[in-house]
Design a protein. Structure first.
Lengths: 573, 361
């Protein structure tokens, strides 16, 4: 690896990094640096997560009793709609791609920035405009349509601020189109010399597949939402049968995007998990090419399963069967990933740092989420389960147990790189375990109460379901603490945290080959890649940070690259 | 008796009551799918736990000759789960097909959903609000329509659910097996009082059901809301005559408009050449919005009835039109002379009308 030049150790301290080269507000708001834009996104999505989370706690509080005593049903409807709209359009969809993806894609492929830095900044502004609209819709009294905006309720009957909310979701879609487009071009055109497609980290593959969905799916839902606006304001007869429309048409168009959107939320999570598992078992991911290709397979197949949301609409039996069997098929690439990750541990050297705990938690929860999807792909059982709490539990296992666990795992994994600070590791471990327990306590009871017949979106429910709702609310309280903790110790680390070494986990990806935090232009010289992805050395446990003893001889693989920095951080500073 | 009793977990129920012929089959499939889920989850957790323990950082386990890829193993854990998934698919598809195909002897019940209540019409004229009364041992077909937004008719104890759409009919069927009172829910979010759009399914033994039918006129016993009315056909005939259908749509009046005698289920040609079947959806749309699709050979002169007829009235009207014979089995000539309000309708001409209309197509 003699092509890669060592960083000049003595100059490094003085060199500005992307965070400290300027502190002005203007330098943040007009930045075109992908890393700063990632941080802008991180702060913004965290704010929206808090809004959505408060709504979630309000929902759980109301459901402690079978009567609508805390809120009126109308208020309850507006709260669960706010929860869904904010969490999906303003947290989950941008979460990993716009923060970790934005930060890491250029670093992982050895580029100075994304292909279109200004488009990247625009995507954040569009996102913020959309988010502001959503907040305006909430402040003006909210929306009571649910995040699914089913017609003709949304287009004709609802008295909420539907048009504003629809515009918010429409705009948020553009933000995600810009991001997807940017990633696709960047990954195609800006990989470092020697970084061939099959040397790419699996996070890049997963983000690539996600970007394809964003680019192909989002326009469909954007136009669909505009059709609802047209029907609501101009009374076009598109979805309302009273004007000659077809209400089911909306569901086709909506789910054509919104099912793949589930993969927008979970695929980047798969990428994060691949990085974490490889690093903390010091092994190349088992079956790299199967894992990489399964992301593309999911992106492609994901476009052909939307009808499984509509088994009870009275669609033809054969149409249902086609969607059903394709839904079983789309589970296979996910199964491959799970088994391959587990197999990666074989003959590895496994350490249990907090990112790894999140990753292992992800594997348990996503496995349950994926397998319970089979109940819903199965037409006969789905007839009973459709629109019950079983569905609620299933998609929370995928999107919260899966996507958010992966997001938190990723944030913990790359936090030292992004901020240059180390967080309190014992607190992080406690948070990871608490989140896992709290999550299961919240959502597992919902599988049971769902099969018993408890429908979704009910403010009032029969008393016999109360036991399960109380369990669920108690779990949600634990889960909330699990989510608050990282907010506290990560923020604390920004001010009081130890300075992070460049490579605290002994990662081999290119992002670990630069300083923490990276310089504004990422790399002093364009790296030339001569090694395969995940060339971990199983005899090196990589834990520079918490085992200073090993630090001295830990950089066997990328030693040349890191001579200076490793010598400089003998004990994690 | 529910599956929970059989597997001994009935202290806290995990299954709703099994009160229809579908329920047990769905429960068994559900349970088998859970067993598969637990099996796979167990494999994943065991792999993770055992490997993470054996190869923990400090262990001295043999790490030589690691395997980075093995297509045989990967194909095995792709194909085996897929085959198991296909078994579940075929099983589920078969049950779904059973639930989809309505038995020929099913009696009809009409469901009208509206914000925020369920209205049930029995063919004998009994109407119920938020209550559905049925006997055990007989199949019933539900024909559903919504007056406003999308609702979903959900009876957990029967394991059936069918979305109730505005603008077109959906249907489902069931055969109740266990007398009792069960939940009826609206499962599709429909607005403010969605969670109060619930009711009771009252399953009676055949004897109790007969008693209920006999008492349908009296209000003090069994079901206060069940009010004896005209049968749906009778009510439909009354509407047929009072809102003006009979002015143009009887065999006598065919020059102005197509006869509705023996039209039910027949293929018809439109002005634009399209051929449509005169099923429930067709007839309903053409009553409410007659000028979108006009039968070949006629002018678009009929008034629009949308807003003037409730879905319940349309249901009755269709029941009457259906009683005028279907294309498969036209009413025998002169078999039944309907007399209403002194007017005599002449079904005797119906068979002739069928022939001429078919010729016209």
């Amino acid at each position: 690896m003699s092509e890669v030049q060592p960083i000049e150790g003595q100059n490094k301290q003085e060199e500005p990094n992307y965070l400290n080269w300027s502190y002005t507000i203007k330098s943040w708001l007009l930045t075109v640096d992908h890393k700063r834009i990632a941080m802008l996104y991180l702060v913004s999505i965290t704010l929206f997560f808090i809004v959505g989370g408060v709504a979630a706690m309000a929902i759980r509080a109301e459901l402690v009793t079978p009567k609508a005593d805390l809120f009126s049903p109308d208020t309850y409807n507006r709260i669960f709609s706010a929860h869904g709209i904010v969490m999906i359009f303003f947290f989950l969809i941008p979460s990993i791609p716009a923060t970790l993806g934005n930060f890491l894609i250029p670093l992982m492929i050895g580029a100075k920035d994304l292909a279109f830095p200004r488009l990247n900044l625009l995507s954040w502004y569009v996102y913020m405009a959309a988010g502001t609209l959503a907040v305006v819709a909430l402040v003006l009294g909210g929306v009571d349509t649910g995040w699914t905006f089913y017609t003709p309720y949304s287009s004709t009957y609802s008295n909420g601020n539907v048009v504003i909310a629809l515009f918010a979701a429409f705009l948020a879609g553009f933000s995600s189109i810009f991001t997807g487009l940017n990633f696709l071009v960047t990954i195609h055109k800006m990989r470092a010399p020697g970084l061939t497609w099959f040397r790419l980290p699996l996070f890049v593959w997963a983000t690539y597949a996600t970007s394809v969905i964003m680019l192909l799916g989002t326009p469909v839902v954007a136009i669909t939402l505009m059709l609802v606006v047209a029907e609501r304001t101009l009374h076009f007869g598109i979805f309302n049968p009273a004007n000659g429309g077809d209400p089911i048409l909306f569901q086709h168009l909506f789910w054509f995007y919104s099912h793949p959107a589930v993969y927008i939320m979970i695929l980047p999570g798969f990428g994060v998990i691949s990085e974490i598992i490889a690093c903390f078992s010091r092994k190349r991911i088992f079956g790299y090419s199967f894992v990489a290709m399964s992301s593309l397979a999911i992106a492609l197949l994901g476009f052909f399963v939307w009808g499984h949301h509509m088994f009870t609409t009275g669609q033809s039996m054969y149409q249902g069967m086609v969607f059903s069997i394709l839904s079983f098929v789309v589970a296979v690439p996910s199964a491959i990933k799970i088994f391959n990750w587990a197999a990666t541990l074989y003959k590895g050297r496994v350490t249990f740092h907090s990112p790894m705990l999140y990753a292992m938690g992800f594997m348990g929860l996503f496995t349950i989420g994926g397998l319970t999807g089979l109940f819903l792909s199965d037409m006969a059982v789905d007839i009973h389960l459709q629109d019950t709490y079983f569905v609620v539990a299933h998609f929370h296992y995928v999107m919260v147990g899966g996507a958010i666990m992966a997001f938190l795992g990723g944030v913990h994994f790359w936090w030292p790189k992004m901020t240059g600070k180390m967080y309190n590791e014992p607190a992080a471990k406690i948070a990871a375990i608490l989140t896992f327990i709290g999550f299961n306590a919240t959502f597992f009871p919902q599988f049971v109460v769902g099969y018993l017949g408890m429908p979704r979106r009910y403010a009032v429910y029969p008393e016999e379901f109360q036991f399960w709702h109380v369990c669920s609310t108690m779990g949600a309280t634990l889960l909330a603490v699990g989510y608050l903790l990282p907010g506290i110790y990560l923020t604390y680390s920004l001010f009081k945290g130890e300075k992070a070494p460049d490579n605290p986990w002994g990662g081999v990806g290119l992002e670990w080959h630069t300083t923490s935090p990276p310089s504004p232009h990422n790399f002093d010289e364009v790296p030339i890649v001569t090694w395969e992805a995940y060339e971990y050395d199983v005899d090196d446990d990589g834990s520079i940070y918490d085992s200073p003893v090993i630090t001295g001889e830990s950089n066997s693989k990328e030693g040349e690259f890191h001579t200076a920095s490793a010598a400089e951080h003998p004990a994690g500073d | 008796m529910g599956l929970d009793k059989l597997i001994g977990v009935d202290k806290i129920p995990f299954f709703p009551p099994e009160a229809s012929t579908f329920a047990r089959e769905i429960d068994v499939l559900y349970l088998v799918t859970w067993l598969l889920t637990i099996l796979f989850l167990g494999i994943v957790v065991a792999m993770l736990g055992v490997l993470a323990f054996i190869y923990r950082r400090k262990s001295k386990a043999d790490r030589s000759h690691p395997i980075h890829t093995h297509h045989g193993i990967e194909l095995a854990w792709s194909i085996i789960p897929m085959l198991l998934g296909l078994v579940i698919f075929v099983w589920g598809a078969k049950l779904y097909a059973d639930a989809y195909k309505v038995p020929d002897n099913a009696e009809e019940i009409f469901v009208v959903g509206k914000q925020w209540m369920w209205h049930i019409q029995h063919t004998n004229g009994i109407r119920e609000n938020n209550t559905l009364t049925v006997p055990t041992g007989r199949p019933f077909k539900l024909t559903c329509i919504s007056q406003d937004v999308i609702h979903s008719f959900f009876i957990p104890a029967f394991r059936i659910k069918r979305d109730v759409l505005p603008g077109s009919y959906t249907s489902a069927w069931f055969e109740a097996t266990l007398p009792g009172k069960y939940h009826l829910f609206c499962a599709e979010y429909c607005g403010t009082e969605h969670s109060r759009m619930t009711g009771t399914v009252n399953v009676l033994t055949p004897e109790d059901y007969q008693r209920w039918l006999d008492q349908k006129g009296s209000k003090e016993e069994v079901e206060p809301k069940a009010v004896r009315a005209k049968t749906m056909e009778e009510e439909g005939q009354e509407i047929f005559e009072t809102v003006g259908c009979s002015n143009c749509h009887t065999p006598d009046t065919t020059p102005r408009a197509p006869s509705l005698y023996a039209i039910y289920g027949k293929k018809r040609q439109m002005q634009n050449g399209e051929i449509l079947t005169a099923d429930r959806n067709y007839l309903r749309t053409n009553i409410l919005q007659p000028n979108d699709k006009v039968t070949a050979g006629y002018e678009a002169t009929m008034p629009v009835y949308q807003g003037n007829l409730t879905e319940e009235q349309v249901n009755s009207l269709l029941a009457y039109i259906k009683s005028l014979g279907t294309s498969e089995e036209p009413k025998p000539a002169g078999g039944e002379v309907k007399i209403k309000n002194g007017k005599v309708v002449k079904p005797a001409q119906a068979p002739k009308a069928i022939n001429s209309t078919q010729g016209g197509n």
